[in-house]
Design a protein. Structure first.
Length: 156
């Protein structure tokens, strides 16, 4: 029940955001991210004259056993051409105190948003695919509830 209330509140807050072109999360069953289950998201770009900021959204619980999260990111166009690829390494918890970073949701859940690309220009109209893979030293990563992508138009 608390989770549904949390999702409803987030949906209301997100709907008030005029810069957001796309934002979606892939939720993981049982609060674990398996290496065999990459998060894949597809979005459409119509305006190629504008520039866009892209963000990685991470939702984790305090059960996450590490301070950092290593994630491989890849962006492809509609025909599969790789446009961007990099490893993202971000802290979910403070290195010294162990306190969770991010915005607190309900209970032990924290939301983070990390920059992937700033002022990115898409060359063609059409569909694009983003893929995120966990790049940790274990196959099953406990405490990761969801991974997502946010695409927003840069204000002029």
């Amino acid at each position: 029940m608390r989770f549904l209330v949390f999702v409803a509140i987030i949906a209301i807050l997100i709907s008030c955001d005029s810069n957001r072109l796309f934002e979606e999360n892939v939720e993981f069953k049982d609060r674990i991210w398996k290496i065999s289950e990459p998060a894949q998201l597809e979005f459409t770009i119509q305006d190629t004259a504008s520039r866009y900021n892209l963000y990685l959204d991470v939702r984790n619980s305090i059960d996450y056993p590490y301070a950092r999260l290593f994630t491989n990111y890849q962006l492809n166009d509609s025909v599969g051409t790789e446009l961007s690829k990099k490893m993202i390494a971000e802290y979910l918890f403070d290195q010294k105190t162990g306190e969770p970073n991010g915005k607190s949701g309900l209970g032990d859940v924290y939301d983070h948003q990390f920059s992937i690309a700033q002022k990115f220009r898409f060359a063609k109209r059409g569909k694009y695919k983003a893929r995120f893979e966990q790049f940790m030293r274990q196959d099953t990563l406990q405490g990761i509830l969801a991974i997502g992508l946010r695409v927003e138009k840069v204000k002029k």
